[in-house]
Design a protein around this ligand. Structure first.
Ligand code: HEM
Length: 401
């Protein structure tokens, strides 16, 4: 066992240049081809480990010897200089148990499968109304701005109790917060603005509660207003950027594989089709950061205590041994009949996505309805991908029908 580099050191984050626009940057797949755990370099110049194998990614995300606490002095960061933005009070995505579990438990009831199932008629209404607006009196649209963005944005605003009229502002702030190209100063300003916005809203909810998640959080006496605002930032950003980009990318990909679109029409095959889209597109291309708390043997190397690791969901989700097999297309291709249920697109372990029942319901309803109502949907003009974001996605997708 050794912690010495055995392969060339890859500078992170890798950029999209060439390769399939629906896949992760080719450099990650190339690293994966050389071994499940390889060396990489963070923008600050520190070395870390790139963990690309399916089994190794699951170990990193479920073994308590790897910490998600961003306050750790060597926690891997993908923006140079961003360590100065870390506060004593990060949101629970970047905390370990027991504090992570304490805060997450406050929200689990809101996102349970049963609760989300009861929201399906409301989500269907939001999807239908978005399509009504998109198609009223015209035959062309930008699927991103007219459908993929408004649907999850309206759903999460409704759940949280955030006025949808403010969406332009918080969408542009969340773009800045998710961009690999933002400067530390831009990140600081965006973080402060979105936090102030949600702290003000939380204070209003405390004074005048309504039937929404923010009002219920604001009424708790075991949460400071600052804790509630932090949680609201996490939910608002996680709740719309992710699903919006999944809807847009899934649509663009399906338009390239029209022979597979009928797989969405059957209620028996729709859930499996969405799992395959989640697997193949795995929109968190840059990986999930963790830091080792002890020396750990992983995929043939020793990760030393204090070293950072990036758990690469996108390469793990293309592992042929897990998702390939006789009669199946290669794992970098779309195959809606594949059993993709073990995919890691929502992460794994204690931090596994809290909103996954909601994301699944939104994706199933949005994609089924879109292709049922617009059977003649086709791409027109130049589409643009969002390559600079930590959450991969699309900036525009011109369509007609
Ligand atoms: C966590 C992906 C939609 C809320 C995560 C993680 C991933 C992920 C990979 C794990 C992060 C880590 O371990 O470091 C996705 C994808 C989505 C999606 C691909 C859509 C297709 C949503 C939605 C919500 C949401 C709709 C709703 C509010 C959260 C929260 C966490 C999280 C709160 C933190 C969980 C924790 O730390 O315990 N998500 N997400 N996500 N997601 Fe999602």
């Amino acid at each position: 066992m050794t912690s010495a580099p055995t392969t060339p050191v890859l500078p992170l984050p890798a950029r999209h240049s060439g390769g399939c626009p629906f896949g992760p940057p080719p450099a990650y797949s190339e690293a994966a081809a050389t071994g499940p755990v390889t060396r990489a370099e963070l923008p600050d110049g520190d070395l870390c480990w790139l963990v690309t194998g399916f089994a190794e990614v699951r170990t990193v995300l479920s073994d308590r010897r790897f910490s998600a606490d961003i306050r750790h002095p060597t926690f891997p960061l993908l923006i140079a200089g961003a360590r100065e933005l870390i506060t004593d009070n990060p949101d629970f995505l970047r905390l370990d148990d027991p504090e992570h579990a304490r805060q997450r438990r406050m929200l689990t009831g809101e996102f349970l499968v049963k609760r989300v199932e009861s929201l399906r008629p409301e989500i269907q209404r939001i999807v239908d109304e978005a399509l009504d607006r998109m198609t009223a009196g015209r035959t062309t649209a930008d699927l991103v701005t007219d459908f993929a963005l408004p649907v999850p944005s309206l759903v999460i605003c409704l759940l949280l109790g955030v006025p949808y009229e403010d969406h332009d502002r918080f969408q542009s702030l969340s773009r800045t917060m998710l961009s690999q190209e933002s400067t530390v100063e831009q990140l600081r300003e965006a973080q402060e603005e979105v936090r102030t916005y949600l702290a003000d809203l939380t204070a209003r909810k405390r004074a005048q509660p309504e039937d929404d998640v923010l009002s219920r959080l604001a009424a708790r006496d075991d949460m400071t207003p600052d804790d509630v605002a932090g949680m609201a930032v996490l939910l608002l950003i996680a709740g719309h950027e992710t699903t919006a980009n999944m809807i847009a990318l899934s649509t663009a990909l399906l338009l390239e594989h029209p022979e597979q679109i009928p797989g969405l029409a059957d209620p028996a095959t729709l859930p499996g089709a969405v799992e395959e889209l989640l697997r193949l597109l795995t929109i968190v291309h840059t990986g999930l950061p963790r830091v080792a708390l002890e020396d750990v043997e992983l995929g043939g190397v020793t990760v030393r205590a204090g070293e950072g690791v990036m758990a690469m969901l996108s390469t793990a989700n293309r592992d042929e041994a897990v998702f390939g097999g006789a009669g199946r297309r290669a794992t970098d291709e779309l195959d809606l009949d594949r059993d993709a249920r073990r995919h890691l697109a929502f992460g794994f372990g204690v931090h596994q996505c809290l909103g996954q029942p909601l994301a699944r319901a939104e994706l199933q309803i949005a994609l089924e309805t879109l292709f049922r109502r617009l059977p003649g949907l086709r791409p027109t003009g130049e589409r643009e991908f969002r390559t600079e974001s930590f959450i991969y996605g699309m900036r525009s997708l011109p369509v007609s029908w």
